[in-house]
Design a protein around this ligand. Sequence first.
Ligand SMILES: [Zn+2]
Length: 337
Amino acid sequence: MLFLNDIPKGFFNITPKEITKVINGPTIIHLKGDNKTPVFVSILLHGNEFSSLIILQKVLKKYHKKTLPKSLILFIANPQACAQGVRQLEGQLDFNRIWNGGSSPQHSVAEQVLQYVKDQKIHIAVDIHNNSGENPLYSCINKKKEEFVKLAQIFSKDIVHFTEPDSVLSIAFSEICPTVVLECGLPGNKEGLNSGVRFIETILNEDTGWKNEEVKIPYIYSTYARLYIEPDSKISFHQKPVLNNNHFCLTDQFDKFNFKELQTHTILGKIKDPKRIKLIDKTGENIFDHLFSIVDNNWIVKNPSIPSMFTKDIKIAKSDCLGYVMKKIPIDSFFRG
Ligand SMILES: [Zn+2]
């Protein structure tokens, strides 16, 4: 773990693939600003999600040789994976699944980061990501508190609340200060970059103004279950799904369902063996049969739900999950619940 007080030389000119020429491992850069209460921003927890790097390059370039309006603690998690264009290196744990304790080298990085920020009295934390499927730009929060929603709505009107997996960075930081995850669409997506830059500039320049804003969104998406498939499954995507040798052949429109209500009777693809797919809720129960049925190998929607992060990335589908299901919760009952 490296600690710096300046932006390393060459930082503004590197492409994501070149990052290790400048930063070669987990690094904290603590930049002092006029307002000494720092904002915490983490980037590249997933190495291939390089929008976060470009957003910070763009923002910091504007303040180059000037003092930032606010102090910034920037955590650059996995530059080596970024240089290789992968989520994490072979043999590494997922950097966004290490924030609730453990004994690996990455857990020790997480502990050092948390220890460092606890001594610095940060007042906002932001973790920036991309996703692998078609999703709108959205933000995620982990606490049912007004401040969290007010922070998240600066980035997007689509806000997702989740509590699982509980080993993510944002849940650990939610115990310290209002924390938000920015999901900036596919890596490099222009709209995601622009919105990310606007968000970071806003929080660097605003003192507490955002806290005085009204909550402007009518409802929040709440994630309540994750879809898992057996990791050794053979899976493919096709316009007209046919199983052949596959355990799964899903529609090539699979990620187009994200953030849209899945209508009853929709067919999502074909599944050879129902035992290979599970929809696990927060209590660990498999609730697949509540929402879906499998008839003649067809995977059919039985009851409506709203998908997010439904992915066509087979590696992620196997190692993490195939996606999440959510429901819309009116904002009043969200705060009451
Ligand atoms: Zn990510």
